[in-house]
Design a protein around this ligand. Structure first.
Ligand code: NAG
Ligand code: NAG
Ligand code: NAG
Length: 496
């Protein structure tokens, strides 16, 4: 849902369909070769400390850096956790690039060559999907970077149905300017205005009709997104949709991760994770559009879509593993450190509305476009996990975790608990049911790892030569210096 809280309306009977994550097996993962590239350590140790000055840091800091050269290997599959014998980082050194801009690193390791599954260098072709977003034009500024990363240069079409704050049709010049900007970013966008004083839920529902009418001969799917739905891999999404015969009626999406919400709202596609309708289903909604619009009283657009499909077709929700409304509260580390690549993510920008305290929600927002940047270098490597040595796990784009007690990590890996999602979330709301919380969606879960130390992504930057620099930070307590790890990813040995 866009904003605001869902209000308990009706309790629906539960059906027992469970959405289980497809756990990717680690069992067949070939050992990944590791080699030092080139002869010189100069690339890793020389200069460059001054660029730390731009980061949100207080100096001095403890710092270490590593360059990673990726090598695409067509025989590798992405697995839950890939083991690398070597350590990721050398020891930290105290640096202060403000006071001593000329000082360099005394020690560093030579670049690491890391094999990743082969990935296509061209963006996916999603010309058969029209996406639709109903939003406030004022919110689009914020949405631009992640829409660009989700949809840019994929040939996917996007219809933005916009109103201004105050529920009035935006100025046509403003809409044209927005459209031009989005097209400049490689998004095939069309911006249209919604009528004055329309309701949010009516606007959302009307998107089905708008998208249906804007279909062309290539269109197979229409998809409703929220303005803060992020799609990490168009390749995976196109692949997933390809498993369904789009000439048949389909209503694809995912239920909430929160069992309470599923009990209340039922077997519907929760809008933030993305809803995908085949053209035959959209045609049915279009044919019954006036009746559905008149009869529905639901205060949320995604419920209205569900109601209309339920009333006028025999089609039921087909849950799609990997789509995420992300109704998860508290610390979402468990989700982002699970090694799983979601097809969609939501609620990363403002947290989940059941976390009532704004300051709590602010802690649980995630810089998605920065997190995702590294996929420019290594494809579907976003949120991929590697274990380096005996005590370090990199969850690419989210965190570097270390386990001072390496026995704890060894045990998690040995008994495959590491493949379960770590339950770092806020407690679920009590429901009087056999199913307590999040397990139907993201389970199985495991308890919080003891003594794990997290270095969370602070920033990521694209270099002109195509490499991506990531900074991970551990905010130290008291007056201790923060610890910062820099990882530079490149697909090109000459750039290190
Ligand atoms: C994308 O797919 C469409 C429909 O199959 C095709 O017409 C078009 O040429 C493709 N574009 C690219 C760049 O491959
Ligand atoms: C919508 O509201 C605006 C601002 O009140 C007004 O200027 C405009 O004429 C209205 N448009 C229509 C179609 O009624
Ligand atoms: C590697 O980067 C250099 C410098 O930017 C560039 O000249 C070269 O063409 C790149 N090589 C490849 C294989 O991308």
């Amino acid at each position: 849902m866009l904003i605001g809280s869902r209000i308990l309306t009706i309790l629906l009977l539960l059906c027992g369909s469970l959405v289980l994550f497809r756990l990717r097996s680690r069992s067949n993962s070939p050992p990944v070769r590791l080699e030092a590239a080139g002869q010189s350590n100069q690339g890793g140790c020389s200069g460059r400390l001054t660029r730390l000055i731009d980061l949100d840091l207080k100096f001095p800091i403890k710092y270490a850096r590593r360059d990673i050269i990726i090598k695409a290997n067509p025989d590798l599959d992405r697995t839950s956790l890939t083991q690398i014998d070597a350590a990721l980082l050398s020891d930290v050194q105290i640096v202060d690039p403000v006071k001593s801009p000329d000082s360099g690193l005394e020690q560093c390791s030579s670049p690491l060559t890391l094999e990743v599954p082969a990935f296509p260098r061209q963006p996916a072709n999603a010309s058969h999907i029209i996406f639709g977003i109903s939003t406030y034009i004022e919110r689009m500024e914020d949405s631009m970077p992640h829409l660009q990363r989700s949809l840019g240069h994929t040939n996917a079409r996007l219809i933005v149905l916009a109103v201004e704050f105050g529920e009035v049709t935006p100025d046509s010049k403003e809409m044209a300017a927005l459209e031009t900007r989005m097209r400049g970013l490689g998004i095939k966008a069309t911006v249209i205005g919604a009528p004055n004083n329309s309701l949010m839920q009516t606007r959302y529902f009307s998107l089905v009709k708008v998208l249906y009418e804007k279909r062309d001969s290539a269109t197979q799917w229409i998809s409703l997104l929220d303005d803060d739905t992020f799609l990490p891999s168009m390749y995976s999404l196109v692949d997933t949709l390809g498993a369904y015969d789009s000439s048949k009626e389909w209503y694809l999406g995912a239920m909430s991760e929160d069992w309470w919400s599923v009990m209340v709202y039922g077997m519907m596609s929760f809008g933030g994770g993305g809803t995908f309708l085949s053209i035959p289903t959209a045609a049915q909604i279009n044919a019954n559009y006036d009746t559905c619009t008149k009869e529905s009283t639901a205060n949320q657009g995604d419920i209205r879509v569900f109601e209309c499909i339920t009333a006028h077709t025999t089609t039921k929700l087909q849950p799609v593993t990997g789509l995420h409304q992300t109704d998860l509260g508290g610390d979402l580390s468990g989700f982002y450190e699970s090694g799983r690549l979601p097809l969609s993510v939501h609620h990363w920008k403002t947290g989940w509305h059941f976390e009532q305290k704004p300051e709590q929600r602010a802690l649980n927002t995630y810089p998605m476009a920065k997190m995702h940047l590294v996929s420019d270098v290594c494809g579907n490597c976003f949120l991929q996990r590697w274990q380096f040595g005996s005590n370090t796990i990199l969850s690419n784009g989210f965190s570097i975790s270390t386990y001072p007690n390496q026995n704890i990590l060894a045990e998690l890996v040995r008994n495959k608990e590491i493949d379960k999602m770590e339950d770092t979330f806020m407690p679920t709301r009590e429901v009087n049911s056999f199913m307590k919380g999040y397990e139907h969606s993201i389970g199985p879960l495991r308890p919080r790892a003891e003594g794990k130390i997290q270095y969370k992504l602070l920033d990521a930057k694209a270099e002109e030569n195509g490499g991506v620099r990531q900074y991970y930070v551990y905010r130290a307590l008291d007056k201790e210096p923060d610890i910062v790890y820099e990882i530079f990813w490149t697909g090109n040995e000459t750039q290190v």
